[in-house]
Design a protein around this ligand. Structure first.
Ligand SMILES: Cc1cc2nc3c(=O)[nH]c(=O)nc-3n(C[C@H](O)[C@H](O)[C@H](O)COP(=O)(O)O)c2cc1C
Length: 192
């Protein structure tokens, strides 16, 4: 279990590997907290598509190296005015080739489980040449408030446990499928 402990009065979010099957044992979860990656608002002199995905800002370079380490992503998102938080979109913009041909799943929280923000993020993922997946964990308002202010845990909501299991199964399937494909083909040939 990877747990993110925020301020005392802020909801605790945990990413949990819910399967105990042996072939799940090679999954490693790491939490990337954007608080630890204070990327400035995008101000690169040249769009990354013209630099081959090379960024000048030193933190962006480190961010890209970190993203390159992974075979897939679970993006946990709030919903701000029916879209993703700007800081999250900014972090996506600050890498390019490192996202490519990797699957991404979503966990959202808010009024409708951040469903509208997740739809935005899926479109961005397509442009980044990722594989955005269909199954998500949408933490709706009742569960959101339950965890935030009624001492409940996400595991008190069976629909979230089911959604989490399905999401992980789908993500791991795609991660396993795409890792050898990335290894077999260079990322620039063919230029897709
Ligand atoms: C600028 C802003 C816009 C918001 N817009 C939405 C929204 O469109 N839909 C929604 O369900 N919640 C919205 N909320 C409420 C957030 O879901 C809620 O504040 C949540 O705690 C934000 O996540 P965070 O605390 O991790 O930033 C908004 C919050 C902020 C700060």
């Amino acid at each position: 279990m990877t747990s993110v402990m925020l301020d005392e009065d802020v909801m605790r979010i945990a990413l949990i590997v819910g399967s105990t099957r042996p072939n799940r044992s090679d999954v490693e979860l790491e939490t990337l907290d954007l608080r630890d990656w204070p990327l400035p608002f995008f101000a690169e002199p040249t769009p990354p598509v013209f630099t081959g995905g090379v960024f000048t800002h030193p933190l962006a370079q480190r961010w890209g190296q970190k993203i390159a380490e992974f075979d897939g992503f679970i993006i946990c998102t709030a919903e701000y005015n029916h879209g993703p938080p700007a800081v999250l979109k900014n972090a996506l913009d600050y890498a390019m080739k490192e996202w490519k041909h990797k699957p991404v799943s979503y966990v959202g929280y808010g009024g409708v489980g951040a469903a509208r923000a997740i739809e935005h993020l899926r479109l961005t993922a397509i442009e980044l040449r990722m594989a955005p997946l269909s199954l998500a964990v949408n933490i709706g308002f009742e569960a959101f408030l339950g965890v935030l202010s009624q001492g409940k845990s996400l595991d008190d909501y069976p629909y979230l446990i089911d959604a989490r299991t399905l999401m992980f199964n789908q993500l791991v399937w795609w991660a396993r499928a795409l890792a050898p494909a990335r290894a077999a083909h260079t990322l620039s040939t063919p230029p897709i």
